[in-house]
Design a protein around this ligand. Structure first.
Ligand SMILES: NC(=O)c1ccc[n+]([C@@H]2O[C@H](COP(=O)([O-])OP(=O)(O)OC[C@H]3O[C@@H](n4cnc5c(N)ncnc54)[C@H](O)[C@@H]3O)[C@@H](O)[C@H]2O)c1
Length: 257
């Protein structure tokens, strides 16, 4: 443990075994939180949990499965008695334009990136309402704020997450439950590598990422810690009067015409 900004907090993260979710779990743990790392496969979730510095548990669940998410919430309630912060982070990449994307491909992205976020939040809301406290963090994207070529389903899902953020924020504000969205720009993770391989081919992917970095005003891509630092703030009491927001973490990209 390095800090104590999340001392004694119980924090649940979906998609916690890879990329931004993994680094966020690690960061929460360094700040003293007990972390429940949820991901698709039990051994992967457990291995991730075992690698964090503080107390951590790995649970298997598919965010698109209502029963599975309700089971996770029940198990957190039985084991810890409460939840302080929830990071609905699990997501998948999805390429395709509106005229050409198949309905199956569209639904797959919407089901993980929007339904999954909704099911995750809904599973934990009753607990937060009962305890009259909680911080919900929803993982959106720059693609939820701005249009991007070839990302019809991904962009629609991430914009939907921003709408859901506002809804939860205003409907549960009197229950002392906060809800905020994070909108990261490009950060190299397995998801982004896959998207760039699909878009540019295996050989060109690295060069395309390097070109992409030059489009950012700060001339670099993001680091997972750029996102996890903000997630720590939102999970902590430092952000006690912050709700309904969607913050771009993008090295200035959103500020440019
Ligand atoms: N990396 C970026 O540049 C970037 C930018 C903006 C937003 N995001 C968002 O951040 C989130 C994390 O992305 P990442 O880049 O770390 O990706 P990643 O692929 O490294 O991690 C995603 C994790 O989610 C898990 N997951 C996928 N489907 C799941 C399901 N149905 N149920 C439970 N877990 C599931 C995966 O197993 C994986 O561990 C996603 O929502 C993504 O859309 C990423």
């Amino acid at each position: 443990m390095i800090g104590s900004r999340l001392a004694e907090k119980i924090v649940v993260v979906t998609g916690g075994a890879s990329g931004l979710g993994y680094v966020s779990c690690q960061h929460f743990s360094e700040e003293g939180a007990t972390v429940i790392c949820v991901d698709l496969e039990e051994t992967v979730a457990r291995d991730a949990a075992n690698s964090f510095p503080g107390e951590a548990v790995g649970l298997a669940a598919d965010v698109t499965d209502e029963k599975s998410m309700n089971r996770v919430a029940q198990s957190v309630l039985e084991r810890f008695g409460r939840i302080d912060a929830l990071f609905a982070n699990a997501g998948v990449a999805g390429e395709g334009s509106a005229h050409s994307i198949s309905f199956d491909a569209w639904r797959k992205v919407l089901s993980v990136n929007l339904d999954g976020v909704f099911l995750t939040a809904r599973a934990f809301l009753p607990m937060m309402i009962a305890q009259q406290y909680g911080s919900i963090i929803l993982q959106s994207s720059m693609a939820g704020l701005k249009g991007m070529e070839n990302l019809a389903s991904y962009s629609a899902a991430k914009a939907g997450v921003i709408g859901l953020t506002r809804q939860i924020a205003i409907e549960y504000a009197e229950d002392n439950i906060r809800c905020n969205a994070i909108c990261p720009g490009t950060i190299v993770t397995p998801l982004v590598r896959q998207a760039y391989r699909e878009r540019h081919g295996e050989k060109e992917a690295e060069a395309a990422l390097s070109r992409r970095s030059q489009q950012y005003p700060m001339k670099r891509l993001g680091d997972p810690r750029d996102v996890s630092s903000y997630a720590v703030y939102l999970a902590s009491d430092e952000s006690n009067w912050v709700t309904g927001t969607s913050l771009a973490i993008d090295g200035g990209l959103n500020a440019r015409m």
